[in-house]
Design a protein around this ligand. Structure first.
Ligand code: SF4
Length: 212
């Protein structure tokens, strides 16, 4: 078993299925993926509640930019994020919000399209592709980078280097990628924080705990 699979198996045995992404619909995943940029998930949750249970593409489109800004204010950067939300909604509407139509497209094409949408970078695109549309694409984030630096896993320095490394080392499996990213984030919040808290971390036995 490769090092990455060992990390995955250990985290999964310890935490189990974390049931990500916490959202009711694929569109809500898209909204959450945009709102979570540069903020905590707690702030996103507060903001999602402000939509009063109605998070639909039609509603986002109907609301004025000022109204969207008012709703999403708790997530910070609300001026930019209101533009990003409108843009990603328009992209989704260009497919008539038809998930099956999107799923029929080749992963690389749809990823490229998403990256052309204002405010959508690698991490947001991959989060949407994996958690809203169930494409087998690995999501990399700050928790992944930190874990790999400390372990260490020499996967590279840039987003794409790390993503490609993980996809080469692991089977191309949506469910595995879904669970693995959730587990890395969860363990990052519980133990592999900015200041590492290794006592009780399920990876402690294998990890070299490189200071970074
Ligand atoms: S053992 Fe420490 S450094 Fe390694 S993953 Fe756990 S918390 Fe992070």
């Amino acid at each position: 078993m490769g090092e990455l699979e060992k990390i995955y198996q250990t985290l999964y045995s310890y935490y189990g299925d974390l049931r990500w992404w916490p959202a009711d619909t694929p569109f809500e995943v898209m909204v959450g993926a945009v709102l979570t940029q540069n903020t905590t998930w707690n702030n996103v949750e507060k903001t999602l509640k402000q939509f009063d249970g109605n998070i639909s593409p039609e509603r986002i489109l109907d609301l004025s930019i000022e109204e969207v800004q008012e709703i999403i204010r708790p997530t910070g950067f609300y001026r930019q994020k209101s533009q990003y939300l409108k843009a990603v909604t328009e992209w989704f509407l260009s497919y008539d919000c038809d998930i099956d139509l999107i799923k029929k497209r080749p992963l690389l094409d749809i990823r490229f399209e998403l990256l052309q949408v204002r405010g959508i970078g690698n991490e947001t695109a991959d989060s949407i592709l994996l958690y809203a549309f169930e494409f087998p694409t690995f999501v990399v984030d700050a928790y992944t980078m930190r874990l790999f630096r400390r372990f260490p896993i020499n996967a590279g320095k840039t987003y794409m280097e790390v993503k490609n490394y993980c996809e080469e080392e692991l089977p191309q499996d949506t469910e595995l990628y879904n669970h693995f990213h959730a587990l890395i984030v969860h363990n990052g919040k519980e133990h592999c924080k900015k200041k590492m808290d290794c006592t009780g971390c399920p990876l402690e036995v294998f990890c070299k705990k490189i200071l970074s």
